[in-house]
Design a protein around this ligand. Structure first.
Ligand code: PLP
Length: 401
């Protein structure tokens, strides 16, 4: 059966608007479309393909595990899930792991656990969740409600209650809404979809202090910022502020769907048999791939390379901005950058990313004002340089109108 880009519009629900070409093959950070044209991938499947396309180490484990055991359900223990959980615990603050299939599900689990933990220890009045404007936590109804972008949660009927939003990085606002009724704060240490906005270190510390003072749980959503993206294995490690619950997904599977919620023994004790679950969560195929991705990304030499390449990415973006002034800021951390359009080009991130694609490089947007980069963490220096060269051509074409 022959399919083309127009088939998408005929057969798919209209909730996405993909680019005009159909991509058929990838290797490393290069992808080819149906017509054989190549693109440099600086989007990384939205911060997912941390080891690039067709990563040999992931193919090996996928093939091995694919011939061994795919799925059992959580009625039976499996080896890869236990090994990945043990390694995540070893690498982080956590004592216990819950597996699921995506970032939104990991956050859903975190929010339900926080509510249940408060219910178990303090009663039903302690149910308030504090979250932040512009935050993004997934597309389930609970996570869009906790996310700070009402366009994703409006229009679906009554929302889950007891969720309060405050401006990100606003120390006064957070102090004014806190009380003993708060059961949890959910925050991205660096907002990704919100435009690559990093929490101030003092802000995250204040959240930690307020949670401690009011016996609330601090939840870090590291779905996008985790697994080496910032040059630390998890962004909280760079801040030195430790959460009670952390969610991780995206790069954890290097492109294979998996999510996980990490927490302490104390908090996990509320997730007793029957409280929550997932048919596919922790399946041997996903966790075997996740184990290999974690083995690779957590090596200190690998993270050192991420930091070195981050220097190249940011230097390249600043150089492009010097040559063609267009951005009011270039921000982010690690191999994760956001270029904020200046006033003269406000609202045009879609047009700029389309011009970049025309020039042969895939980039992301974060809202209407920011063009975002989240390439594979093992992108070669040559592919990064070529991607930036093509982005510069795209910028020139965009400015030429
Ligand atoms: N949390 C953050 C910070 C994210 O960036 C995303 C996705 O972009 C999610 C949660 C949702 O993850 P998923 O799309 O895997 O459900």
């Amino acid at each position: 059966m022959q399919v083309s880009r127009s088939t998408w519009d005929e057969v798919m629900a209209p909730n996405y608007a993909p680019a005009p070409m159909v991509l058929v093959r990838g290797r490393g950070s290069t992808v080819w479309d149906q017509a054989g044209r190549d693109y440099i991938d600086l989007a990384g499947g939205i911060a997912v393909n941390a080891l690039g396309h067709a990563a040999p180490e992931l193919i090996d484990v996928l093939e091995d595990q694919g011939r061994t055991l795919w799925h059992l359900s959580n009625a039976f223990a499996n080896e890869p899930a236990m090994r990945l959980a043990a390694k995540l615990i070893d690498a982080t603050f956590a004592d216990k792991v819950f597996f699921c299939n995506s970032g939104g599900e990991a956050n859903e689990a975190a929010l339900k656990l926080a509510r249940r933990y408060a219910f178990d220890h303090f009663g039903e009045d302690k149910a308030e969740i504090i979250a932040f404007d512009q935050a993004f936590h997934g597309r389930t109804f609970f996570t869009v409600t906790v996310g700070g972008q009402p366009q994703y949660s409006d229009g679906f009927g009554p929302k889950p209650g007891a969720v309060t939003h405050v401006p990100f990085n606003d120390l006064d606002a957070i102090g004014s809404v806190f009380s003993d009724r708060v059961c949890a704060v959910m925050v991205e240490p660096i907002q990704g979809e919100g435009g690559l906005v990093a929490a101030e270190p003092a802000f995250l510390q204040r959240l930690r202090d307020l949670c401690d003072a009011h016996q609330a749980l601090l939840i870090f959503d590291e779905v996008q910022s985790g697994m080496g993206r910032t040059g630390d294995l998890y962004a909280y490690m760079g801040y030195g502020v430790v959460p009670d619950i952390l969610t991780t997904a995206k790069a954890l599977g290097g492109g294979f769907p998996i999510g996980a919620m990490l927490t302490t023994d104390q908090v996990a004790s509320s997730l007793v048999v029957g409280t929550h679950g997932s048919t596919y969560g922790g399946n041997p195929l996903a966790t075997a791939v996740g184990e290999r991705a974690l083995d690779t990304i957590s090596r200190p030499e690998f993270l050192e390379e991420v930091r070195r390449k981050a220097g190249l990415l940011f230097a390249g973006l600043h150089r492009i901005d010097d040559a063609h002034p267009l951005f009011s800021a270039v921000r982010g951390k690690g191999l994760w950058a956001g270029c904020v359009l200046d006033e003269a080009h406000a609202g045009q991130s879609k047009e700029l990313s389309a011009a970049a694609l025309d020039a042969g490089v895939m980039v992301l947007r974060a809202g209407t004002e920011v063009v975002r980069f989240a390439p594979a963490l093992n992108i070669s220096d040559e592919e990064l340089a070529e991607g930036l060269r093509r982005f510069e051509s795209g910028v020139a074409a965009f400015l030429a109108g």
